[in-house]
Design a protein around this ligand. Structure first.
Ligand SMILES: [Ca+2]
Length: 411
């Protein structure tokens, strides 16, 4: 039965009973007994309805909980993603830092390699220098050997000529020897003629008078007439230093052609000295003076310089005599001439720029009579006028007087 019908029947019954019977306490009790279960039923129905709504609510709450859980899980995932990204970012930063360190290490290695290359270059330069010095040393040895061979050859030749002359009379009857002897005899007059010619030339090319001194017009078969100072003993002055009034830092052309003041400081010129000393054997006299007034000299018996084509090398000096000692043979013989604009030396640097003037610079050597003039006779720059063997190879010394002179070697 429907609850609504039950309710209506119950109400009607109560009304009937209330109206038809006596409205007393007993009647009321009966009514309550009838209605009470109905009311209880309604209450139960209500409760059931409420319970149903409650269940719905609980379901909704559960759904919401699930959604919230899902959101939380999603949030966790995002958080994890963010953490992962942060870690990746940290790793990238670390990698970047690592790259910078790598670059720094590579740069450091490059710098080290550069240093090694520079050191290697320096070593090569030193080796080249050493090799060049050894080459010079062997050249000198070779020349010395060559001189000795020539001397021996000449000596033997002279000896042979003598022997042949002796044997000529004895071997006249022998046809086989006769041919050789005739040839030798033919050579003798030619040599004699040559010697006579040379003797004649000697008179022509003696450039300075032996009895008077001063400036003279010099005539020489190989050179155009020029003026030069003569010292009165047949010596012609080819270079002089005395007061520092002339700058000796000159270029190649000036050293070739000469410069300065013939009555004071000057350099006669390499070309003239070359032509004169090539024509016959010459002596070289060098007079030196220090700031304290002391003087000395050195004389060589076979001075000769080569041609411009070969850079005016110091081809020969011969044997030295004199208290100033030798400062040419060991380091300057067979060495080309160098000037500030013509670096023919064997040093890595430009010796003419470093030492001053022009000279037969090797690496750079023991002498430089064209160095810079220091009136007080000393310098900290090692570029003064030097002749090592006379001042104990003290390169702070600078000489204050020099004269270089030449004359034909007497027969
Ligand atoms: Ca050089």
């Amino acid at each position: 039965m429907e609850p609504r019908v039950i309710l209506i029947v119950s109400i009607i019954s109560v009304l009937v009973l209330t109206d038809l019977t006596v409205a007393d306490e007993e009647c009321y009790q009966k009514a309550v007994e009838v209605v009470q279960p109905i009311l209880n039923h309604f209450v139960e129905l209500k409760m059931a309805a409420h319970n149903s709504q409650l269940k719905d609510l609980i379901n909704k709450i559960n759904i919401k909980d699930e959604q919230i859980k899902a959101l939380i899980e999603s949030s966790e995932e995002q958080k994890n993603t963010i953490n992962t990204l942060t870690k990746n970012n940290d790793a990238l930063i670390k990698a970047q830092s690592g790259n910078e360190e790598l670059i720094r290490i590579i740069k450091s290695e490059i710098s080290q390699k550069n240093n090694e290359i520079n050191s290697f270059k320096t070593q090569i330069c030193e080796d080249l220098k050493k090799a060049s010095e050894e080459k010079d040393y062997f050249n000198i040895k070779l020349l010395s050997c060559s001189d000795n061979i020539n001397k021996n050859k000449n000596s033997l030749l002279d000896k042979n000529v003598g022997e042949i002359q002796e044997k000529t009379d004895q071997a006249m009857s022998k046809e086989s020897q006769n041919k050789d002897l005739t040839s030798q005899i033919n050579v003798l007059p030619q040599n004699l003629t040559k010697t006579i010619e040379n003797v004649g030339k000697c008179d022509e090319i003696s450039p300075c008078p032996t009895a008077s001194k001063g400036l003279f017009h010099i005539k020489h078969p190989e050179v155009s007439a020029f003026e030069a100072p003569c010292n009165g003993s047949g010596w012609m002055v080819i270079q002089r230093r005395m007061d520092g009034n002339v700058d000796f830092d000159r270029n190649w052309t000036e050293y070739r052609d000469g410069f300065g003041n013939l009555r004071g400081e000057f350099f006669l010129g390499l070309e003239k000295v070359h032509l004169i000393t090539q024509s016959r054997q010459h002596e070289l006299l060098i007079r030196l003076g220090k700031v304290n007034g002391s003087t000395d000299f050195v004389q060589y018996d076979n001075f000769r310089i080569g041609s411009e084509k070969d850079s005016y090398p110091l081809e020969s000096v011969g044997n030295p005599t004199g208290g100033a000692g030798d400062s040419l043979i060991e380091h300057h013989l067979n060495i080309k001439f160098s000037t500030i604009d013509r670096d023919n030396d064997v040093a890595c640097r430009n010796c003419a720029s470093y030492m001053g003037g022009g000279w037969w610079f090797n690496n750079c050597g023991y002498s430089n009579l064209n160095g810079r003039f220091y009136k007080d006779g000393k310098t900290d720059d090692e570029n003064g006028i030097i002749w090592g063997s006379w001042h104990e190879y003290d390169w702070s010394v600078s000489l204050t007087f020099v004269e270089m002179m030449i004359r034909p070697k007497p027969f």
